[in-house]
Design a protein around this ligand. Structure first.
Ligand code: GSH
Length: 336
């Protein structure tokens, strides 16, 4: 675990001491956008036009943020347009690596051993954390983005005219609602589990774990009345929540001490978790060996023995029972 300082790799754990034991996530630095015609997007430079085969995605199968991008590549049928490399699940002294292992897909562009080499390839003096996902432009030989929330927005619509699957997960009519839901879920759940797990004081831990479960309780109530987070239609907000839910009982309950309740204890949330797991193409994006191996074996400050627990034994293929709640398919192509 480490970061780059002026292009030099330094093996360092998160600095929680300067924030009274709190984990503070740093902001992603590469923020360009692919657009249908190469015009500039909401941030960054112009020049990243949507083209099949032009972009390469670096992910970890362990990481919930990277998982979102893999899901959107799958939902939108972009497998042939965007190739993927997968890092090794262990993230230790050199950060993410491409060391060979089951499920690891090497870097075909530079033959990198470490993900940090791609960051310094892009910016020789780069300072900051070296994170997945990273979306790379092969034509300009530089990153498009290392911000998952923005990569999924791009995948949702910018390849539609090139033959991506139909389906808009950020429809105009629901954008305000989706944005509001994303904020709640990001702060209290997606990032909440990390704030609990990486906290190094009791206060910082409790500051995270209480709102996390208050929010899960609220979503349990919501999802017992409606099929998805923003109504009868599945949206981006659901997939963003789901990559945390799928890791929750296996990792966050034990390793991150988020143990007031398990997702399996919430009937609606657990049914919802199973429904989305059973969504076409989604189960194949889930790799519990990478997920559990990564957390339990990389964070040696939290789990010094690196022993990986065997359980939980969840039946994710059991009937989800959510058909009784009204649903409608995501329709149409997205507006850009
Ligand atoms: N804001 C980023 C966060 C990505 C992120 O934190 N990824 C983690 C893996 S789960 C990572 O690569 N961490 C390495 C580090 O912090 O050194 C996004 O959503 O894309």
């Amino acid at each position: 675990m480490g970061l780059l300082v002026d292009g030099q790799w330094q093996d360092q754990w998160y600095d929680t001491a300067s924030h009274q034991g709190r984990f503070i996530r740093s902001t992603s630095q590469f923020r360009h956008w692919i657009t249908p015609d190469g015009q500039a997007g909401p941030s960054g430079d112009a020049g990243f036009q949507a083209e099949a085969g032009r972009y390469h995605l670096y992910i970890s199968l362990a990481c919930p943020w990277a998982h979102r991008t893999l899901i959107f590549r799958q939902l939108k049928g972009l497998e042939k347009m965007i190739d993927v490399s997968v890092v090794h699940w262990l993230m230790r002294e050199q950060g993410w690596t491409f060391q060979a292992g089951p499920g690891v897909v090497a870097d075909p562009l530079f033959g990198a051993d470490y993900l940090h080499q791609l960051y310094t390839q892009a910016e020789p003096q780069y300072s900051g954390r070296v994170t997945v996902p990273l979306l790379w432009d092969k034509k300009q030989q530089r990153p498009v983005s290392n911000e998952s929330a923005e990569i999924i927005r791009m995948f949702n619509s910018v390849f539609d005219h090139l033959g991506a699957h139909e389906g808009d997960y950020y429809p105009l009519a629901l954008r305000e609602q989706i944005d509001a839901m994303n904020t709640r879920v990001y702060e209290r759940i997606n990032n909440g589990v990390y704030r609990a797990g990486f906290a190094t004081t009791q206060e910082a831990y409790e500051e995270a774990v209480q709102p996390l479960f208050a929010e899960l309780d609220a979503l349990e109530n919501l999802l017992s009345q409606q099929r998805y987070l923003c109504g009868p239609q599945i949206t981006e907000a659901d997939w963003r929540l789901w990559t945390t839910l799928i890791r929750f009982d296996a990792v966050y309950v034990g390793h991150f001490k988020c143990n007031l309740r398990r997702i399996a204890d919430y009937p609606a949330l657990f049914g919802y978790l199973r429904e989305l797991y059973q969504w076409p193409g989604i189960a194949q994006t889930v790799n519990f060996a990478h997920i559990k191996g990564h957390y339990y074996q990389s964070h040696t400050q939290i789990n010094p023995t690196q022993v990986v627990p065997k359980g939980p034994d969840l039946d994710l293929l059991a009937p989800h029972g959510r058909e009784t709640l009204p649903s409608q398919p995501p329709t149409g192509s997205a507006a850009w």
